[in-house]
Structure formats: structure tokens, C-alpha cells
Design a protein. Structure first.
Length: 142
């Protein structure tokens, strides 16, 4: 898979997203660990703390990769968008079960957060050039 050329603005926002992912990962391991555990839906067949640790490891790896592994930025953007899809049920569970966590203590705040997940997905795809790659017209293989 080829990398798509990115503008300076895209690169800035890719690095910023990487920093956000690293900070979120640190929260998984430390001061927000209990809040993240509260978001793991009850139907997930794993220990909630293990889910939080594993997702924190993934966030740390993706965050560092977004900053330093620019060779794979397109793949990372797609992977991060998929990751956001995979953790979205936790956001839905937080809203449906009225769980106070991560600074969201009202139904309105929890509902608004649901609409930010697609924004993060688009941010990941756009800032890494993956959006252009996905919509690029390719010649059919004959």
C-alpha cells in the first residue's frame, strides 16, 4: 500500500492525534484506569482491567507510530479508524447505562460524545492521507 502525499497541515494534525493517543494510553495505565474500565461493556468476555490495559497498549503503539513511522501513515490511519469503530460500543454502553466516567456526568454529555467518534475516525483518515487513498480511482487489473 502506497502512502499518499500529505500537506503540512495534515502532518501537523497527524502528529497531534498521535500525541492525543499517547496521552489517552497513559490514562489507561494510570489516573483514568477505573473510568476506562467502567466503559467496557458487560458483554465483553474478558476481564475489564485486561481490556483497558490491552487497548492502552494499542493506543500507545498507534500514537507512537503516527509520529515516528511516517512510512506507514496510510495504513496507520486506516487501522486507527478501525480501532475507533471497535471501541465505539464502549461509548454506547456508557450512554445507555448512564455511566459517569471520563468527565461525562450527564446524559447530554454522553450523547454528544457519541457524535465525536466519527470525527476522530475522519481525523485519522484525513491526517494520514488514508481518506485520499481510499477514494483514489485505480486502474483495473487486466
Amino acid at each position: 500500500m502506497e502512502n499518499t502525499a500529505a500537506t503540512k497541515t495534515q502532518n501537523f494534525f497527524r502528529i497531534l492525534l498521535g500525541i492525543f493517543m499517547i496521552i489517552a494510553a497513559m490514562g489507561h495505565f494510570t489516573f483514568q484506569r477505573t473510568d476506562f474500565q467502567a466503559q467496557v461493556p458487560n458483554w465483553v468476555p474478558m476481564d475489564k482491567d485486561l481490556v483497558v490495559i490491552l487497548s492502552g497498549i494499542v493506543e500507545m503503539a498507534i500514537g507512537l507510530a503516527l509520529i515516528f513511522l511516517t512510512r506507514f501513515k496510510t495504513q496507520l490511519g486506516i487501522g486507527l479508524a478501525v480501532f475507533y469503530v471497535l471501541v465505539f460500543p464502549g461509548n454506547i454502553a456508557q450512554y445507555l447505562n448512564r455511566i459517569d466516567a471520563l468527565g461525562m456526568h450527564t446524559d447530554q454529555a454522553r450523547l454528544i460524545r457519541l457524535f465525536f467518534q466519527p470525527v476522530f475516525m475522519l481525523w485519522a483518515l484525513w491526517s494520514t492521507g488514508a481518506l485520499s487513498f481510499l477514494f483514489k480511482k485505480r486502474q483495473p487489473i487486466i
